[in-house]
Design a protein around this ligand. Structure first.
Ligand SMILES: Cc1ncc(COP(=O)(O)O)c(C=O)c1O
Length: 383
């Protein structure tokens, strides 16, 4: 079976992990954690990086840091991995789901603006002037764009909207390490960005995440809150409710080794993406995800749409090509059925029923790429 997306372990991973084991520095204190944080922040062009145990914890922490509460709404796209929404629910906040753009599958910014201009009103509180949803009366505090599949929407427009309506941006850039929009890295447009390093990401620590920000105070507080809010180096004095969200040194050691190879991995992903775009162009009714002007994506997971998605999915998996359907839209999941969903044509529903992800590991060989393409062509020509 040609796997969907597996990590590439071919650098100093063993050496650095062994170093942790030999020295006993296996837990959350350790030099690899700091090194990994610095490498990610530097690569993305952010001032600070704070490692955490996974991207979900990072997204939760980001909202706590920015003061999101159960009285708030957080805006998110309707097509995302469940973790985005779970992280919002952990804070007690209420998601507002925005349908996606039919071509690039990112949050539809026209719908976002329409919602904010017609369904919210400005009110001044002790903390400042914010927008409030006119039906629920709750404050709309944050917007969480998700760079779906490593693609990046028009972040310039997103920033302008956020400024106009006084919303903080928390970027779910979990899938987008290495992606840029107009030369700026995903994860650095908002107040906070979050990367994930789980097993299928462009680089992996097994499980892990890094929060990035340019704000020193937020960075300090993130480190404090993710380490149980311990207020004294010696004594067990804690000054608020904290979280045990830190990444451990053994995993950060893998991350350092992975980052050393990242430029190579990124190049391989682009070769893979270009191969599929060239050889699948015009096959059956395949449509590619559109890359917005100004975006240079990391080509994380190759996904396309076809009206015969279910049939193709079964065929590929039965013929040695591991493939997966896309995420069920959040508004269709039981837990979010009561939440506000902003849509006109329910584009999310068709993106879901038509989209399929195919093998995209950075280590995929040319022979495997050929096999994937030939298997897909065989499917469309068999009847
Ligand atoms: C869009 C999105 N958000 C959040 C996450 C959560 O990251 P993690 O698995 O590291 O918790 C992931 C990855 O799994 C993701 O793809």
């Amino acid at each position: 079976m040609i796997p969907l997306s597996i990590p590439q372990i071919e650098g100093n991973e063993w050496k650095y992990v062994q170093d942790c084991l030999n020295t006993g520095w296996i837990s959350s204190a350790g030099s690899y954690v700091t090194q990994f944080e610095e490498m990610i922040a530097e690569y993305a062009g952010a001032k600070y990086g704070i490692a955490c145990m996974n991207g979900t914890a990072g997204l939760h922490m980001a909202q706590i840091l920015l003061g999101v509460t159960e009285d708030d709404h957080v805006i998110a796209p309707n097509i995302t991995f469940i973790a985005t929404l779970n992280a919002i629910k952990y804070t007690g906040a209420h998601p507002i789901l925005i349908d996606v753009d039919a071509a690039n599958w990112q949050m539809d910014l026209n719908l976002l603006e329409k919602y904010l201009s017609t369904k919210t009103e400005a009110k001044t509180t002790a903390e400042g002037t914010f927008r409030f949803d006119t039906t629920t009366g709750k404050r709309v505090r944050a917007i969480m764009p998700v760079h779906v599949l490593g693609n990046v929407g028009d972040m310039k427009r997103m920033l302008a909207i956020a400024i106009k309506y006084n919303l903080v941006i928390i970027e779910d850039s979990t899938e987008a390490l290495g992606s840029t929009f107009e030369g700026k890295h995903a994860g650095t447009f908002g107040k906070i960005g979050v990367f994930s390093f789980n097993g299928n990401k462009i680089i992996s620590t097994g499980g892990g995440g890094v929060i990035v920000t340019d704000d020193e105070e937020l960075a300090k507080r993130a480190k404090h809150l993710t380490t149980q809010a311990k207020a004294s180096a010696m004594d067990y004095i804690h000054d608020e409710i904290g979280y045990n969200y830190r990444l451990v040194n053994v995993l950060a050691a893998i991350g350092v080794a992975q980052m050393e190879k990242f430029p190579e991995l990124l190049k391989k992903k682009k070769v893979m993406d270009a191969y599929y775009r060239k050889h699948l162009q015009g096959v059956g009714d395949i449509q590619f995800q559109e890359i917005p002007e100004g975006t240079d994506p990391n080509c994380w997971l190759f996904t396309f749409s076809t009206s015969r998605m279910r049939e193709l999915l079964e065929y590929l998996n039965a013929n040695g090509v591991q493939s997966r359907p896309f995420w069920m839209p959040m508004n269709q999941l039981e837990m979010f059925k009561e939440d506000i969903y902003v849509t006109e044509k329910d584009v999310s529903a068709s993106v879901y029923t038509d989209s399929i992800s195919i093998p995209s590991s950075a280590g995929i060989t040319e022979e495997q790429l050929e096999t994937v393409v030939e298997t897909i062509k065989a499917f469309y020509s068999k009847d």
